[in-house]
Design a protein around this ligand. Structure first.
Ligand SMILES: *Cc1c(COP(=O)(O)O)cnc(C)c1O
Length: 391
């Protein structure tokens, strides 16, 4: 074996020994016509309780037919980056509709949320600036700070007081604060009003990545900022993703005209990559309309969240403090979490075991996600299995 091969085999063995080895499951087919919750995975039927398709839109007939029609017209690939020849009518219309949806002057599409976060931080922070981040932020926000060359400091999860400690001692040229709106592995919500007030007082720029809030939280599904009643002056940079509640793929940044123009000039993860397929943009336009018009999807989700939480409380399951579709049960060590996930799988339930480095050491967990497409019976089956597990 080559020197590289030997080194990698040793490292892989260490990952395996720590119970942190990751393997993919192959989704083979779906059992229902339009929903993605009942799947056949590695030859077995399962109810999916770990995807992010919160509104049940990923296989919706309108979303699929918009995709097919646009692929018929535009083809599959966009052919180039947005700044060369890749920016189509569908992309442009989607940007306008996304801006309307989040009630901001403009929105700019990105190929993934990872790249949108990279753009937001790396284009705004320079070497010597301060980037302050919540300890439990998504990995892409952390990586973005590394790429920017700014000084990264992390504050205690959800603590505006700890953030203040970081901001007050700094004589940096620019201070940028980045937080998830809804935390992806715990489902709790950032104290956005407090963070925004602090950023206002300390002249720091606040970036909110609302990947798990958009479409789901807030009175009309506009996400964490709507829920916290914050506008453009409070949070100048909003990042949203399209692969979660909207059921498609891609991401966007929404803000003032000058922010979007600046990103178009400077954001390397915008400039140096191929534009999304136009058909994905067309499908997202259909999904956005459904998310907007069919408020029953959010209401259905809220009903299921309440059903799950009420039962979890009476069963004394130790879930994270979450009002969102993300409900985690902390087991602590990877081996126990894997065993719990395997036991649920044997009962036809797909709940992934989330382990370090995705979550901090000692907090391995089952991350359960609910979707408007789940039935009451699906959720009851999960609860019965969790009760048996607890015993
Ligand atoms: C999923 C996620 C991302 C990444 O979005 P992709 O489009 O999947 O690259 C970014 N931030 C958060 C909080 C996420 O949960």
């Amino acid at each position: 074996m080559s020197s590289l091969g030997k080194t990698l085999v040793t490292e892989l063995d260490a990952i395996r020994a720590a119970q942190l080895y990751r393997e993919r499951r192959v989704v083979e087919s779906f059992s229902d016509a339009d929903s993605a919750v009942h799947v056949v995975v590695d030859g077995e039927s399962r109810i999916n309780f770990c995807g992010n398709d919160y509104l049940g839109l990923s296989r919706h007939p309108d979303v699929r037919s918009a995709f097919i029609a646009a692929a018929g017209e535009f083809g599959v690939g966009s052919g180039a980056s947005h700044l060369v020849t890749g920016h189509s009518r569908e992309h442009h219309a989607l940007e306008e509709e996304l801006a309307d949806f989040v009630r901001r002057p403009r929105a700019l599409l990105f190929s993934t949320g990872y790249m949108a976060n990279l753009a937001a931080i790396a284009a705004l922070a320079r070497r010597g600036d301060l980037v302050a981040e919540d300890r439990l932020n998504h990995a892409s926000l952390l990586d973005a700070a590394f790429v920017s060359g700014a000084t990264l400091k992390r504050y205690t999860h959800g603590s505006a007081a700890d953030l203040d400690r970081l901001l007050v001692g700094e004589g940096k040229q620019r201070a940028i604060v980045a937080t998830d709106g809804v935390f992806s592995m715990d489902g709790d919500v950032a104290p956005l009003a407090e963070l925004a007030a602090l950023c206002g007082a300390r002249d720091a720029w606040l970036i909110v990545d609302d990947a798990h809030g958009l479409g789901v939280t807030g009175p009309t599904g506009r996400g964490s900022l709507e829920e916290a009643q914050l506008g453009l002056d409070d949070v100048p940079v909003l990042v949203g993703t399209l692969g979660k509640a909207f059921g498609t793929f891609g991401a966007f940044i929404a803000g003032a005209d000058e922010l979007i123009e600046f990103l178009i000039q400077k954001a390397r993860s915008y400039i140096y990559t191929t534009a999304l397929p136009p058909a994905v943009a067309a499908a997202t336009r259909a999904a956005l309309r459904l998310a907007d018009r069919e408020g029953w999807r959010r209401e259905r989700l809220a009903t299921l969240i309440a059903r799950f939480r009420d039962a979890a409380r009476s069963l004394k399951l130790e879930t994270t403090d979450s009002r969102t579709p993300i409900q985690a049960i902390i087991f602590g060590e990877p081996a126990a979490t894997l065993a719990a996930s395997a036991e649920l799988a044997s009962q036809g339930l797909w709940v992934a075991a989330i382990r370090p480095p995705t979550v901090p050491a000692g907090t391995s967990r089952l991350r359960i996600t609910l979707s408007a497409a789940h039935s009451d019976a699906d959720v009851d089956q999960l609860l019965a299995a969790l009760e048996a597990l607890r015993r």
